[in-house]
Design a binder for this molecule. Structure first.
Ligand code: SF4
Ligand code: SF4
Length: 457
């Protein structure tokens, strides 16, 4: 092959000698009575097969069709039966992109994903996983190779469709050099792509934009097949604000446009910005329901992302069947946002950008805290209090002040009944600081919560 990205999927499967095993898994699939889009049961005219109007995007190099809704496996439930049920439903309704990583769910996520997916024919799904060698002790080439090889075993595959350098940007160019360049790991991964064990190579990006720029400016050398970025209508123009101790230095608009100019397709993460775009204030929500009475705020956010043509797929971390069903409906087929709808979302983003929320996406990369603090739990509650307009607290002279302060404390007790998980336990040890892909200065934000609890009435 000249270039693996030009190899079509059938040839690729033939090259790996997977024709026979695929036939066997197809039989297994029929046993499960699960058939997704574009695949008819033998002897069937397709009339009774799962209906599918899923929207697909074409991968630039191979021409393969990727569902615009991708399944982010990070937040899977513990029960394997439940995971299987979600995966079966997703595949039956045309979802074919599944994203996992060695570090998700305490290291069990790839195995859960592999068990669920391996019950389906290999050509029915594209699996994405990552080189999650974020900890310094994993930077050595042999340690990293072990992680790479384990991914194949856990996922039960002979090739990985989409492989990512996980979370580059945090730690700047020094960390990129340590994790991927100086140790020869990126050269190894490029060779693996050449050999066909990695079909598409990309990176997921958070943090220092100079790293993002450097990697794309070297596109002639690395030939990135895709890049995963955080993109939603709030981060489009409001990601790079510096407030309350957190800072990111590039808006999604910049990232997306740079990818488009470079000819690299984007995979989108955090389309709901950690769920905050699904739980908006009533007065903002009313602006959306006035236009589309039955549409949820989440479906608006997905439609906004999916309306951008250079998006290959949009990851949604779905752990409940009702969310999966709702998202499948939104993408089957996707109704792109009109210009007027885009303007409404832009206005809403401008308003939301003024809310003092903590931009936590509940990814839990910062966990566990050695002092037992439930970091995402505290931040989720803080943001909920902002959304419910309990925070920020009004002027202490106001009649509302004592009531709102009490509401905040009562709400925290309800959200986190175990007080040993509260922000008040934070010792400012900074163990979490370098782990947050959103660049949140976690201990400073813990202080915000503690101060709100302890403010004098
Ligand atoms: S700084 Fe606070 S929240 Fe972070 S790890 Fe230390 S104690 Fe936990
Ligand atoms: S604080 Fe950062 S690392 Fe921790 S859950 Fe939130 S976004 Fe993730």
């Amino acid at each position: 092959m000249d270039n693996n990205t030009n190899m079509n999927r059938r040839k690729f499967l033939q090259k790996l000698g997977l024709g026979a095993s695929s036939a066997l898994t197809l039989l297994a699939m029929n046993k499960l009575n699960i058939l997704g889009c574009g695949l008819k049961r033998p002897g069937s005219n397709g009339d009774n097969d799962a209906p599918c109007e899923m929207t697909y995007r074409t991968q630039n190099g191979t021409g393969e069709k990727i569902s615009l809704l991708g399944f982010g496996m990070m937040r899977l439930p513990d029960s394997q039966d439940e995971v299987n049920r979600l995966v079966d439903y997703a595949i039956a309704h045309g979802v074919n992109y599944f994203d996992t990583a060695p570090m998700y769910k305490g290291g069990h996520n790839e195995a859960q994903t592999g068990r669920a997916l391996s019950r389906h024919p290999r050509e029915k799904y594209y699996v994405a996983t990552k080189m999650s060698n974020q900890s310094r002790h994993q930077w050595g080439l042999s340690e990293s190779k072990k992680m790479y090889e384990k991914s194949f075993r856990e996922l039960q595959v002979d090739y990985i469709d989409y492989y990512l350098l996980h979370g580059v940007g945090g730690g700047g160019m020094d960390e990129l050099r340590g994790r991927f360049l100086d140790n020869g790991l990126l050269d190894f991964l490029l060779e693996e792509r050449e050999a066909g064990r990695i079909r598409h190579l990309g990176f997921s990006y958070h943090g220092d934009v100079s790293v993002f720029d450097w990697l794309l400016d070297n596109q002639d050398k690395y030939h990135w097949d895709f890049v995963q970025i955080q993109m939603n209508y709030l981060d489009w123009r409001h990601a790079s604000l510096e407030k309350s101790g957190w800072k990111r230095d590039a808006d999604a608009e910049y990232l997306y446009e740079k990818l488009e100019k470079t000819g690299v397709q984007a995979v989108v993460m955090e389309p709901l910005r950690g769920g905050s775009l699904a739980r908006m204030r009533d007065n903002l929500k009313q602006r959306l329901t006035a236009i589309r009475p039955d549409a949820t705020p989440a479906s608006w956010a997905f439609r906004w992302v999916g309306s951008h043509p250079n998006i290959l797929t949009t990851l949604s971390g779905m752990n409940q069947m009702e969310h999966l069903e709702a998202n499948v409906r939104t993408f089957s087929p996707l109704a792109p946002c009109t210009d007027a709808e885009n303007r409404v979302l832009e206005d809403i983003a401008d308003v939301m950008a003024g809310f003092p929320v903590i931009p936590c996406t509940a990814c839990a990369y910062c966990m566990p805290c050695p002092f037992g603090v439930d970091i995402p739990g505290n931040f989720a509650y803080y943001n909920e209090a902002v959304e419910k307009q309990i925070l920020p607290l009004p002027d202490p002279q106001s009649t509302d002040y004592a009531i709102r302060k009490q509401q905040f404390a009562d709400g925290l007790k309800k959200a986190l009944p175990d007080t040993s998980k509260w922000a008040t336990q934070c010792t400012d040890c900074e163990a979490c600081l370098s782990k947050c892909p959103q660049q949140i200065r976690i201990p400073n934000q813990m202080v915000r919560i503690v101060e709100t609890l302890s403010k004098k009435s």
